[in-house]
Design a protein around this ligand. Sequence first.
Ligand code: SF4
Ligand code: SF4
Length: 275
Amino acid sequence: MLNTVKKLLAAEGIRLVAPISLADCTIQKPYLLNRAGITHGTAILFAVPYYTTHCDDSARNISAYAVSADYHGFFAALFDRLLPVLRAAFPQHRFAGFTDHSPIAEAEAAVRAGLGFFGCNHLFLTKEHSSFVFLGEIVTDAILPAPPHAITTCPGCNACRDACPVALEVSRCLSALTQKKGTLTEAEEDALIAHGIAWGCDRCQEKCPITLAAKKAGTLYSTIPYFNDTAISHLTAAGVAAMSDEDFAARAYSWRGRETILRNLRLLERKEKSE
Ligand code: SF4
Ligand code: SF4
């Protein structure tokens, strides 16, 4: 079964796949397992690379994860394709697919499955794609061999901490600041302008030597059409204002409402005009 899942995922551009027993996972939302009719079995974890060459655009003004359409759309379509194939191939077993809204603690399960490790920036990292991955899992009631790995961490070089401007500017992560709704204080506006990014922040990830090595090796880049074909690396206020409701809803920055990203873009554009 694992080989079948691996082959199906490889055909989708996903190569980091590993199983972990549900007994070795932290179950956070048991009702999701109950709903799937699964009480025990295996979670087959996989890491989906999303960083595309569009993210190298020097004019990019949003976080890499927000460049392409929202990953939830990718996973929904992926599970729609894969789960019927698995159910047909293994009719004696149950299957369910999850990402983000998951019954298990995903990052911990991915480390325990041996897919990667925890970084000092509190992110899940893989050697191949660094932290630029979305985690997903296919949960099944089949018991697969899955010896758990020890929890491991990165080498702790501190490049991520050195790259983080937060201590110098504001008391909260700039990524959170760009997602704050409503009016920003003057200090927050100054921090956002100095940051120069309208949504999110990747500095700690970009400076990580694991990212730099993956970029050099070429493994950082996603070949998945969903992420490549939907990329918009540079936003303008006019462009976001003109997006249809449907197009806007498909973007990661839509969850805080159109006014939040527009406020940030207008702030950055006002600054550009005044220079
Ligand atoms: S995302 Fe940016 S502000 Fe937040 S911890 Fe990383 S470098 Fe610091
Ligand atoms: S920059 Fe260094 S300390 Fe930070 S996550 Fe990467 S390897 Fe770990």
